[in-house]
Design a protein around this ligand. Sequence first.
Ligand SMILES: *[C@@H]1O[C@H](CO)[C@@H](O)[C@H](O)[C@H]1NC(C)=O
Length: 424
Amino acid sequence: MTFGKPWLAVVVLAVGVAQATPTTNFDQFFPDWNEMLQGILRDNCSAEYAVYKTGEREPGAPLSSLITPVINCILETMPEFRKAELSASAVILGLLPTMLQTLGSTPAETALLSLRRPVLAFLLALGSPSVATMKTSEFMTTIQDLVEKGDTRPTTISTFRWRYVTSKWRVAMSVAEYLVTMVAVANVVYLAYQLGFHAIVMFAPETIFMLPLWTFICVVIHMGGVLILYLKLRIDRKAPKHDDQPRQRGHEMYNPEPYRGIGEQQQQQQQSHSTASEPLVLGILRRRTTGLSQEVTPAAFQEPKRLRWRKQTLFANFLIWLLSFGTLVNLVFGSMIFSSLLFFSVREVLLIVTRYVASTLICRAIVRLELSGMKQSTYYDPTEEDEGEQHMLGGGTVSEMIPLKNSQHHHVGETSGSSLGVMQ
Ligand SMILES: *[C@@H]1O[C@H](CO)[C@@H](O)[C@H](O)[C@H]1NC(C)=O
């Protein structure tokens, strides 16, 4: 499912390239300057424009040989203070990929989410273009923190709060997640279309696919993270030894020790409440583990799963290196494209930046929400995957597995020094 999507995007992209007839670049600009630029094309650059419209290059001439004279003529005709505005726009737009990458999710986070909800993870990757650059070690550090210690950031939502979400609200939450993500994705896709067709990329003026290409590369890099995680991590459908007593498991999930002291009475109330509604909740959202129901269920309420490391391979490490190199290339490519986009007013540039940032923030919020929910339904099994023998021995004993929702306290208790460092 996850790996099918890029091909769809490739097809869309290929159609876009095929339609990139080199005579539509000036048909429409962004609204602020459209009138002025069309006037210049009509009154001052009609000769160049007419040649460009024929679309007939001399044999052997470069692809941009028709469009460059038109751009030259427009720039010569434009008043100086408009040109100054152009260079201001270029500065702001050139910084956009850097801004986005500080706000967006890393491939490691997207990959973790895709363990549970691949389609949502794909949409979130598409909705927040620009991938955070990272050192090779950071990919594994991020995953290790999330897999072994749960989510230890201060913004994490506690188990206590997740308990209040009833089954009706879980459905609403899932629907809301998809709706909001779709809005973010639609915004980004429409921006890629607008900037592709209504703007001109200075270093390759005859093309219209640079922006869509960049957006697409961002998604591909996130997909690379998914592949690496698959090579590094093993996820088992079920935590063992719990099939016979699902009720107890439910209790364990929803009544964590640490909160006993805080509000015992409230706790007691909740306990009786959750006992009554639990079979329904479990029936609707927990038991079924087919791909689809898992996809649409927020990670906090999914069936418990167990994570183990696979054996180290050189190939996976090479891929991590490739990925971190890819994030850097993507950043340079993105900055290059955005800083050479032509013919916007500063006002429109601010609007473009705002729209990108809004989409990225929305997607980021949902990724964080899902990741902090994920530790409610994830167990970490410290035994590394070995030739099957180990699996049989270690698999049966529940005590070895660490429920991530408690692991924070678990770790503080055992090795306070090191895990406190992570919590900061
Ligand atoms: C562009 O054309 C308009 C209308 O013909 C004319 O008034 C203006 O001077 C021209 N501008 C330049 C820079 O040639």
